[in-house]
Design a protein around this ligand. Structure first.
Ligand code: HGY
Ligand code: MN
Ligand code: MN
Length: 432
């Protein structure tokens, strides 16, 4: 073999030996867990509670500060950051194939009152970390990338609903945990409630949506499974319930002549639990709010404002439970001389995840050496609204003792890192 030929063969072999192929670079890509967990700790400072949790209700001062912090991280991750008219924060990066629709990843950073520091926050910081990891390794996806932080998820998946459909006046007049109407809240966070049509996406506008989230239940932790592959998200239905009785003197009103709204509410609460537990299955029913008026030792309560929450993977079962509860309410009204009124506050459809997305998550997790389990989500998520637009997938990491919506909510830094790596590699698989 003459010298020229030898050099040629040597040169031809060199690239395979020295420069990692795009493929091997991608396979070996890992997020920086230390940076991700540091970002989560910093984010938790906004609305930190004495109990060590997070109180960062949508549209609050803490929420505004956290949003600014998150937008800074998104810019550092080389994303082009903007707000849509609903006030959702969206970080964009072009893909190598302009014909393709965006792949979206994200979650929410608002919390429930006196909540934890992981719900929504792991998926939000994890999505930003994935974007930063891609940028600093010069990995450009074929699809455009959108990293989204949805506003007011805890008030009824408001921000993600605003992508799936036009928010109605009834939606905008809602007051949930934030004590502001949605309309006022959207203005506070920099959105434009009079231009919400511009935030609505159509079917086909997105190639897909992936959300990393804590399980908020106890299955993965109990069974020591690393990653949950979500099969579907329950439909979440909330009603505001008002009970009208008759306020009267607590000393001079005989027991058989009262219209005691709080007694009626007590019977209602017991009836909800009895109806929901009377059937086999994973449905849940909760009465989470209760206020009695006027609320004094010496007045028979004339009015009660309470609530009803029903969830299941099957919308027909939720409707059936609601009808059974209504039948019980009729009996309570007759027995107590009171009147119940139910006003539906939110109704999100059960959302199955996409088989191809579940496969990408499962394969990514297993290639990273993690154990996986297919399971439903008993919590509602932004993903179920985006499911109206495109295929979705959800990745769960364990919640210690299944505690959530509580300052005792906790996931380990290792599980958080694992979840973000699965998000990264599931995204790469879906981008192939
Ligand atoms: O209420 C829920 O299920 C969710 O955590 N917002
Ligand atoms: Mn959440
Ligand atoms: Mn939540």
């Amino acid at each position: 073999m003459n010298r020229r030929t030898f050099n040629f063969h040597l040169m031809a072999a060199l690239p395979a030996l020295t420069l990692p192929s795009q493929n091997s670079l991608r396979i070996n890509l890992r997020i920086r867990g230390q940076r991700l967990n540091a970002h989560l700790s910093e984010l938790a400072q906004f609305g930190k509670t004495p109990e060590g949790g997070t109180h960062r209700v949508a549209y609050s001062e803490e929420d505004l500060q956290a949003r600014q912090y998150a937008m800074r991280l998104m810019r550092e991750a080389k994303l082009d950051v903007s707000l849509d008219a609903a006030g959702n924060i969206i970080g964009r990066r072009a893909g190598s194939d302009a014909v393709l629709k965006p792949l979206m990843i994200g979650s929410h950073i608002d919390s429930v009152p006196a909540g934890g520091s992981y719900d929504g926050q792991v998926g939000s910081m994890g999505a930003i970390e994935v974007a930063q990891t891609l940028a600093e390794n010069n990995v450009r996806l074929r699809h455009p990338l959108e990293v989204v932080l949805f506003q007011n998820e805890e008030g009824g998946t408001i921000g993600s609903t605003a992508l799936a459909r036009l928010l109605t006046d009834q939606d905008l007049s809602l007051v949930t945990n934030s004590k502001k109407t949605i309309r006022a809240g959207i203005k506070v966070i920099g959105g434009d409630p009079d231009n919400l049509a511009s935030a609505v996406r159509k079917q086909g506008d997105l190639a897909g949506y992936l959300e990393l989230h804590i399980e908020q239940g106890g299955l993965l932790h109990q069974e020591k499974i690393n990653i949950g592959v979500v099969e579907g998200i329950v439909g979440v239905n909330w009603w505001e319930v008002t009970v009208e009785g008759f306020a009267n003197h607590a000393g001079t009103t005989p027991m058989n002549q009262r219209k005691d709204a709080l007694l009626a509410a007590a019977k209602y609460i017991e009836a909800v639990n009895r109806v929901v537990t009377s059937l086999p299955g994973r449905q849940v029913g909760t009465v989470g709010k209760l206020q009695a008026f006027p609320g004094a030792f010496n007045i028979v309560p004339g009015k009660v404002v309470t609530s009803l929450g029903l969830r299941d993977l099957d919308a027909a079962k939720v409707r059936m439970l609601y009808e059974k509860i209504q039948a019980e309410v009729k009996l309570i009204e007759a027995a107590t001389g009171t009147k119940f009124e139910f006003k539906q506050v939110t109704s999100s459809q059960p959302a199955p995840t996409d088989a191809r997305f579940r496969q990408a998550i499962d394969e990514a997790a297993k290639q990273l050496g993690f154990t996986t389990k297919l399971l439903p989500s008993g919590a509602g998520h932004d993903a179920q609204e985006i499911a109206h637009l495109c295929p979705i997938g959800m990745i769960f990491i364990p919640s210690r003792d299944g505690i959530s919506h509580s300052p005792r909510e906790f996931s380990t830094p290792e599980d958080i890192t694992n979840g973000a790596n699965v998000l990264l590699h599931a995204l790469l698989k879906l981008d192939a």
